[in-house]
Design a protein around this ligand. Structure first.
Ligand code: NAP
Length: 399
């Protein structure tokens, strides 16, 4: 009989996963599946191609455990039961094997982990612990539409502010978390639609203070099942909601933490929630917030009007437009470079947290701009970024 060989198993962190199912749709060999509760990886199928790693918006896909032998890998049934990932269990040496050999093998296998997504996402140290996965596909929360308001005056770019009321149902959310919306009906294969994810744009005590209702910022997508359903909702209608999801893209509770928020389009949703939370918390000095917000035009920038009323002392705003008539295209990364001294000042503060949300395509440009800013400071951006991520101060949610 062969001696057992430690086996590195690919897993998904159920606490951090936001059930967007992007990994499942990306996996080329069908090794990822889900039920009403969790998204899981089949150890018998996964070939470590890593295609699913960069597409995950939270890094929850980038989890690995070493088990004593392939036969002892966590089963799909085990994974479906989990509310959180099990700790790495100690691996015992097989009879006759040297203890040190096994330790080295485990260390080498785990050292490879977290390379794909650039590191494991971590919540801010001072963040409140969020509730996650209270409602799922099999048991969604039913919420009532309290309001549905157009936010933009651009016919080709219809964005709505939608307010949902959970009524007596407990549905605690923190700023930065997301919810899933289940559109009614079935897809072309007759299967029920999977929930589509939307970031919550209201603060923790509700869109209306003390009411614990939530708001979403939804752009109508051509042919989009959930976005058209949401944008067309009438007041009083009932909506099925899953979640809340997300345990890392959260704001620090430390009022002195400084926030650098970089967003495009509807990626501004969590930034609105952060700003409102700080506004409502009121009192005393805060570390301040700086936002780079990119949109096509002022007419297509969600919350343009209300934003103009937020004082500079609370939020330094850089609103950046890419389609202004007679003007060159400008992206958030261009403005970061134009304001490099201000950004360097923010980056050099150990209390700074960075939040990037919106189009996936912005990530590279923002990385390059921050590389230049860090160079000005005599620092290497990748080293600084990875340290910030380790410390729960670097947060990205793009798709
Ligand atoms: P949009 O209006 O299409 O774009 C917003 C701005 O970003 C425009 O000025 C656009 O310029 C610019 N842009 C395009 N490519 C860029 C790049 N490579 N780097 C920097 N800026 C770039 O945005 P949207 O339709 O609202 O879409 C927002 C995206 O955010 C969606 O993909 C949505 O799924 C995502 N989102 C994510 C979350 C989340 O992760 N939690 C939450 C909400 C939304 P152009 O004039 O060139 O188009």
């Amino acid at each position: 009989m062969n001696a057992p060989t430690p086996f590195k198993q690919h897993l998904i962190d159920p606490e951090i996963c936001i059930r967007c199912y992007t990994c499942e749709m990306t996996c080329p060999i069908g090794a990822i599946e889900h039920n009403d509760d969790n998204v899981v990886v089949d150890a018998d199928k996964c070939n470590f191609c890593m295609d699913c790693i960069p597409v995950c918006p939270t890094g929850s896909i980038d989890e690995w455990r070493v088990v004593p032998d392939r036969d002892q890998a966590y089963s799909l049934e085990d994974q479906y039961e989990w509310l959180e990932l099990p700790e790495q269990a100690p691996i015992e040496a097989a009879p006759g094997a040297e203890e040190g050999d096994i330790d080295d093998a485990v260390a080498a296998l785990l050292a490879e982990a977290h390379k794909g997504a650039g590191g494991k996402a971590r919540p801010p140290v001072s963040a409140v612990k969020p509730q996650v996965n209270m409602y799922n596909l099999g048991k969604p929360a039913e919420m009532t539409v309290q309001g549905n308001y157009p936010l933009t005056d651009d016919a080709g770019h219809d964005v709505h502010h939608i307010i949902l009321d959970p009524g007596a149902l407990p549905f605690p959310v923190l700023e930065g978390q997301s919810v899933g919306i289940i559109a009614p009906g079935t897809d072309a294969e007759g299967k029920a639609h999977l929930p589509r994810l939307y970031s919550v744009s209201s603060p923790r005590d509700g869109e209306r203070p003390g009411y614990h209702n939530i708001s979403l910022t939804v752009k109508r997508e051509e042919g989009g099942i959930a976005s058209n359903y949401l944008c067309d909702l009438e007041k009083g209608a009932t909506v099925r909601v899953t979640g809340p999801f997300g345990a890392t893209f959260l704001m620090p509770n430390d009022p002195e933490a400084r926030l650098l928020m970089i967003c495009t389009g509807t990626g501004s949703a969590p930034m609105r929630a952060f700003t409102m939370q700080r506004q409502r918390a009121g009192g005393g000095r805060t570390g301040g917030m700086t936002m780079f917000f990119g949109a096509r035009t002022p007419g297509s920038l969600p919350y343009f009007g209300p934003l103009k009323k937020v004082p500079d002392s609370l939020l330094r705003q850089h609103l950046v437009f890419s389609r202004l008539e007679g003007q060159p295209k400008e992206y958030v990364q261009d403005r970061i470079l134009a304001e490099r001294a201000e950004v360097a000042d923010v980056l050099s503060d150990d209390k700074t947290h960075i939040y990037i949300c919106g189009l996936k395509g912005m990530e590279d440009g923002v990385d390059s701009a921050l590389t230049e800013v860090a160079n000005d400071m005599g620092q290497d951006w990748i080293t600084l970024r990875d340290r910030m991520r380790e410390e729960g101060r670097y947060h990205v949610e793009t798709y």
